[in-house]
Design a protein around this ligand. Structure first.
Ligand code: NAD
Length: 433
């Protein structure tokens, strides 16, 4: 089949490369010329483990190509996926659908008759109806099906998630479009990934409900962690104790600095706005959004407390800046709020991140980017474990203590063992322990 991805970012590029790996002919389109030029020379615009070799192999086999020419790309396509960004709209938190609508119009004009247009971007319920209207207006003579197919991959594990998803959700009531989607995803359900057909609106809602539920789970354990600190419990024991209950499950129960990233913050906010517009408020999600916002700043105060309550003139080193390990994505990373709180309090901040520093330097111009973890820690009064990259798990804490000017280790990911930290002569603050 010929599959075209419109938007070659985290989702479009990974999905396109995986579809090509399964044997489809794939064209990835982006309007960003520098991204496409880089991809043509096998330079990845993002960091994602395994992506470079997957792209190179399939490009060499001639089944994966890159272009900025949407009209040429979609000619002869069986399915055209919209995988453009849907960021929060400035001012009100609704999803900004302008990229989706612009792409839909362009696609409709250029595709052949009887093509399936698939919205993979995360879009509020009802967006498919509007995309369908745009397509009908742009190409009145064509029979086009607009299908919802949300993506659930996680950055850092995106290829594996795409190839072995827990489920594939397809929202369409048109049988011919379902047949095309069955064929597109056939290699995956041969791997026994269930494909769930729903109405388009249910499919759109599934994505938001899933992300809101996961964000709720994280926020829940974070609040339990705060309570543990007050009453003398250990949140890791509590998480294990509840996670072994199969009705709850162990995942997404790691206490930390609050969720961030390119999806949860904007998606929880967008769901909240949709719900308010329909006078059916999602109060739990509203509480989650509020608690998570407050939490990020509170983590800055936690670091200041570890400095003895005064940050002015002190140096703080952050290990990790991206919102999670194994990605270079800095969108809504909790580190941004923590850095801001520290700078506001008069601290100097240095940082090291294995993949995120180029983007972080743009967002956080007042932070000194260091060449490595020990370089970041040199002369610091407090060291903050911000993102739990594997490279930080086995640091030589004794060496850290030697290069630092102070002795505070603030572990916002509960990576270290308190006894090991004490042995290194550092004073330890973690989350909920
Ligand atoms: P991204 O910003 O990394 O990529 C989007 C790309 O689309 C950009 O390269 C941009 O240049 C391009 N683009 C925009 N308009 C275009 C047009 N008209 N024609 C061609 N290219 C165009 O975004 P992303 O992280 O890949 O997210 C895409 C969508 O997938 C969002 O709705 C997001 O919520 C959703 N999603 C993301 C993830 C994730 O982990 N990043 C996971 C699941 C779902």
């Amino acid at each position: 089949m010929k599959v075209v991805m419109i938007g070659s970012g985290y989702v479009g590029l990974v999905s396109g490369a995986c579809f090509a790996d399964f044997g489809h002919e794939v064209v990835c389109v982006d309007k960003d010329l520098s991204k496409i030029d880089a991809l043509k020379s096998n330079v990845m615009p993002i960091y994602e483990p395994g992506l470079e070799s997957l792209v190179r192999g399939n490009a060499q086999r001639g089944v994966l190509s890159f272009t900025t020419d949407l009209a040429e790309a979609v000619s002869g396509a069986d399915a055209v996926f919209i995988a453009v960004g849907t960021p929060s709209r400035r001012g009100d938190g609704h999803a900004d659908l302008s990229y989706v609508y612009a792409a839909a119009e362009e696609i409709a004009r250029a595709v052949d008759d009887r093509t399936v247009i698939v919205t993979k971007s995360t879009v509020p319920v009802g967006t498919g109806d509007e995309v369908e209207r745009i397509c009908r207006e742009a190409a009145p003579g064509k029979t086009l099906a607009v299908v919802s197919n949300p993506e659930f991959l996680r950055e850092g594990a995106a290829i594996d998630d795409f190839k072995r998803p827990d489920r594939i959700v397809v929202g369409s009531e048109e049988e011919w479009a379902r047949d095309v989607m069955r064929e597109v995803y056939r290699p995956l359900y041969l791997n026994e990934s269930p494909i769930l057909f729903t109405s388009r609106r249910s499919s759109e809602l599934i994505k938001y409900a899933a992300n809101a539920f996961l964000a709720t789970k994280i926020t829940f354990i974070n609040e339990i962690a705060d309570l543990c600190e007050k009453v003398g419990g250990n949140v890791q024991d509590v998480a294990r104790g509840i996670g072994l209950d199969q009705r709850i499950g162990p995942k997404f129960l790691n206490a930390g600095p609050g969720y961030g990233g390119s999806c949860f913050p904007k998606d929880t906010l967008a769901l909240m706005k949709t719900a308010q517009d329909h006078e059916s408020p999602v109060r739990i999600v509203e509480a989650v959004v509020n608690a998570n916002d407050l939490r990020k700043r509170a983590m800055g105060r936690k670091v200041i407390a570890a400095l003895g309550g005064e940050a002015r003139g002190k140096r703080v080193a952050l290990l990790g800046l991206t919102f999670k390990p194994n990605t270079d994505d800095m969108r809504d990373a909790p580190s941004i709020a923590v850095v801001q709180a520290l700078l506001d309090a008069g601290a100097e901040v240095a940082a090291y991140d294995p993949e995120g520093m180029a983007e972080a330097a743009r967002l956080l111009p007042d932070v000194r980017m260091a060449a490595g973890p020990y370089e970041a820690a040199a002369g610091a009064h407090a060291l903050v474990m911000m993102t739990e990259w594997d490279a930080f798990r086995a640091l030589d804490l004794g060496r850290m203590a030697d290069v630092m000017a102070g002795d505070a280790l603030v572990d916002l990911r509960n990576v270290y063992n308190p006894e090991d930290v004490a042995r290194a002569g550092l004073s330890y603050t973690s989350v909920g322990r």
